[in-house]
Design a protein around this ligand. Structure first.
Ligand code: SF4
Length: 381
């Protein structure tokens, strides 16, 4: 199905002289450097930045715009870390702390399954008392009950914590989880790699180098992952550029990242609640700069839960080719004050994409097209 209207392909125009050499590189398919990335962050001509990002996006994907039907499962919010960026984690005796029994996880997973989800996205706090077997049983139990559903679970931060807590190497942690049925890893916990910023926003989790080393290891073990960046708090443009370039360098090495997801910081109910929320302009610029700098990442996601469906939709013209999924019951960003709905129906995602003049493609976690009829769901290989 192609729903895109014929578009005028106007040539590149800008009043910002700093963008002209960048546009030449982008048009020629050349790699941008740190100075280019900084110029993109600092340019007043957001439409010219968007033009370039859109060029790259259409070169890679045409009008195809991906979404999936997924369910988030957050098995526990108990966490030993106390990241200032976080509104989700609780100390174990605090009001609102919860840990699901495995049967509860399986029951909740089953509720989503009635809508034929193709992915469970599973992340949680760093619980000090659960045995490692809780996590391997969780994965194995889900795989046994829902064999067709892709299990995307545990951030690099959780993997690093499991290794420390259970005195195993990260490789052994990943090996056991993979053996239990883990299919891939999400991209969370990357935040901003720069130490100076990490000390302020998430002092207690693994540092940037460890995050990257864990991702490298996962990729070497045949597990794909995503990558994220949390922006819009105390970081500067240089920190964002440094973060993107580190991800790009690792992707050159492993090719294991599928999707980059820029995450807008939501300050409410966090220790950084005095900070303002991100603006629409910053959100859109971040999508565009990500698309332009991460030339070796196949996909850039405009995660509608964090950006709002409206900004995410506009991002589809500024470099994004993915909106994430239907997301049933999201907790982490809603604890941080996100006012977006907790889930969007499949038809609503299709409408957002179609109205942006793009072609909706339902995908599974590995970006294979999913075809649905009234009674069946099949995944193209
Ligand atoms: S961001 Fe993650 S590691 Fe940090 S406090 Fe929240 S749940 Fe814990």
């Amino acid at each position: 199905m192609s729903t895109a209207p014929a578009r005028p392909h106007h040539s590149f125009q800008t009043d910002d002289a700093a963008l002209r050499p960048i546009a030449e590189k982008v048009t020629a398919g050349q790699r941008l450097d740190a100075a280019d990335a900084l110029a993109l962050y600092r340019s007043g001509d957001i439409l010219a930045v968007g033009w370039m990002a859109n060029l790259v996006r259409e070169r890679l994907h045409g009008d195809r715009t991906y979404f999936n039907v997924n369910r988030h499962i957050n098995p526990t919010n108990v966490c030993v870390a106390a990241c200032r960026l976080c509104a989700f984690g609780r100390k174990k005796d605090s009001p609102g702390a919860y840990t699901m029994a495995l049967e509860e996880v399986f029951r909740i997973a089953g509720e989503g399954y009635s809508e034929a989800v193709t992915e469970f996205h599973i992340v949680g706090g760093l619980h000090p008392d659960l045995p490692f077997q809780y996590f391997t049983d969780l994965i194995a139990g889900l795989k046994q009950r829902f064999p067709q559903v892709h299990l995307k679970a545990f951030t690099m931060v959780e993997i690093g914590y499991f290794a420390k807590r259970y005195k195993l190497s990260s490789e052994e942690v990943l090996r056991q989880l993979k053996e239990a049925g883990l299919d891939s890893l999400p991209g969370g916990g990357a935040e901003i790699f720069a130490d100076r910023i990490r000390h302020i926003i998430c002092d207690h989790k693994i540092d940037g180098d460890e995050w990257l080393a864990t991702a490298r290891l996962a990729h070497q073990m045949g597990l794909r992952s995503n990558a994220t960046m949390l922006y819009g708090h105390v970081e500067g443009d240089e920190d964002r550029v440094d973060h993107l370039l580190k991800l790009r360098a690792l992707q050159d090495e492993t090719g294991g990242f599928q999707t980059f997801i820029p995450l807008a910081f939501h300050p409410e109910n966090t220790a950084l609640r005095h900070l303002p929320k991100t603006t629409g302009l910053l959100d859109i610029r971040q999508v565009a700069v990500s698309r332009l700098v991460l030339d070796n990442f196949p996909h850039i996601k405009a995660y509608w839960q964090m950006l709002t469906p409206k900004i995410a939709q506009i991002s589809l013209r500024f470099g994004a080719d993915d909106l994430d999924g239907t997301v049933i019951e999201e907790k982490i960003y809603h604890d941080a004050g996100a006012t977006t709905p907790q889930g969007l129906r499949r038809q609503e995602l299709v409408r957002l994409i179609t109205e942006a003049g793009r072609e909706p493609v339902e995908r599974d976690t590995l970006y294979r097209a999913v075809t649905r009829t009234e009674t069946t769901v099949s995944i193209g290989v």
